[in-house]
Design a protein around this ligand. Structure first.
Ligand SMILES: Nc1nc2c([nH]c(=O)n2[C@H]2C[C@H](O)[C@@H](COP(=O)(O)OP(=O)(O)OP(=O)(O)O)O2)c(=O)[nH]1
Length: 129
């Protein structure tokens, strides 16, 4: 089981950050909450701060656990661990993604997400009603 951290990052306008995985990556072309694999001994919060700096050049502050979801992509079993976070600073520069958007939670239904993210998307949509 691979532990993967994902950040649900809010800006000051109540929008959240989603990003589309590059075509050459696993789950390419699908939208996700940015993050990545947790290193041995690393906290989820630290992983998210590190990944967002490496992958997008932005700094964030994770502030609350959101939920966890187990999913299998064939032989690859992942546990996706989501935290809510606040966007702090930095201009977006994409490394592992080819697009990003700041969207209001009620707009999340317009995007096709990686299957492991779908329960989180549905909960955010429900909470926005
Ligand atoms: N970061 C992230 N990964 C996700 C999400 N949903 C989801 O299924 N995944 C999957 C895709 C990958 O199989 C794995 C995370 O890998 P990663 O983002 O660290 O990518 P990586 O460059 O290390 O791995 P890879 O694409 O080269 O296999 O979890 C999500 O919301 N955020």
């Amino acid at each position: 089981m691979i532990e993967v951290a994902a950040a649900i990052i809010y800006n000051g306008e109540g929008q959240l950050l989603i990003a589309r995985r590059r075509e050459d990556k696993s789950q390419g072309g699908l939208w996700e909450f940015p993050g990545g694999k947790i290193e041995p001994g690393e906290s989820v919060q630290h992983c998210l701060q590190r990944e967002l700096m490496e992958e997008m050049s932005i700094s964030i502050l994770p502030y609350a656990f959101f939920g966890t979801n187990k999913h299998s992509y064939g032989n690859l079993h992942i546990e996706l661990i989501a935290w809510k976070a606040e966007y702090l600073e930095g201009e977006m520069q994409l490394v592992d993604h080819d697009d990003y958007q700041w969207v209001l939670p009620k707009g999340l239904g317009q995007f096709v997400f990686a299957p492991a993210d779908v329960p989180f998307v549905e909960r955010l949509l429900k909470e926005s009603r």
